[in-house]
Write a protein that binds this ligand. Structure first.
Ligand code: ADP
Ligand code: MG
Length: 224
């Protein structure tokens, strides 16, 4: 399979002198198309910083990130914003749904905002795969946390991004719901051949991945 995401000597340092924090140090990562990768590490190990760099939400101190052979930090800011919208789907711990519109609109809205037409059949299929077909007319505040996160996952999948980046997607959920949500994320990514990088502090949750990387004090290594 083709490499879809790659980093080279990627570093992110915060602060200066004795206050310097080396949040990500010399990360060399290659992720293949369709792979479900977990990056596991303790709180403060650099997980969110790394994910933000992979998604072009933050600039590195040095090093490079390629998404689909595109050196993302060589782009101008606006070009990067468009590239990100089209190619990267995010799922965060806080579900970040739009509270004033229903589930269906939450899922197709970003595609419309990007000036594209939603593939209605595909969106409906995703919603079924995630078991949310009975809730499409609901407002987010009438859903449980697990249901809200399933909507956020559907929204990310619906625009067919090159890669989905998930930062502690089960961080606000109890352990039973976490298992359900991550199982659905895995099942849907498999069904659609979707590349996923999921960050978690939870070793058990990470076990569902095809591949596990670990991060400790900003250093990323292959696990087992
Ligand atoms: N904007 C920032 N300014 C300064 N230090 C930061 C900033 N963001 C993160 N850090 C530091 O970088 C390290 C890694 O943070 P983070 O990537 O959020 O870790 P994780 O997501 O694994 O908990 C921590 O020591 C954190 O305090
Ligand atoms: Mg974090």
């Amino acid at each position: 399979m083709e490499t879809i995401l790659k980093t080279e000597n990627l570093c992110k340092y915060y602060g200066k002198g004795e206050n310097e924090v080396r949040a990500v140090r010399s990360a060399d990562i290659a992720i293949k198309q369709g792979e479900f990768t977990a990056i596991v590490g303790k709180s403060g190990s650099g997980k969110s910083t790394l994910l933000h760099l992979l998604g072009g939400l933050d600039y590195p101190t040095s090093g490079k990130v390629w998404v689909k052979d595109k050196d993302i930090f060589s782009m101008k800011e606006e070009e990067l914003a468009v590239f990100r919208r089209r190619n990267i789907g995010f799922v965060f711990q806080a579900f970040n749904l739009v509270s004033s519109v229903n589930v269906w609109e939450n899922i197709v809205l970003p595609i419309g905002l990007d000036g594209r037409e939603a593939d209605v059949g595909f969106a409906e299929d995703i919603i079924k795969t995630l078991g949310m077909e009975h809730k499409i007319h609901n407002l987010p505040n009438t859903l449980s946390g697990g249901q809200q996160q399933r909507v956020a996952i559907a929204r990310a999948l619906a625009s067919r991004p090159a890669i989905i980046l998930a930062d502690e997607p089960t961080g606000n959920l109890d352990s039973k719901t976490s298992d359900e949500v991550v199982t659905l994320l895995k099942a849907s990514s498999q069904k659609y051949g979707q590349t996923v990088v999921m960050i978690t502090h939870d070793e058990d949750i990470a076990q569902i991945a095809d591949r596990i990387l670990s991060i400790e004090d900003g250093r990323v290594v292959e696990q087992g």
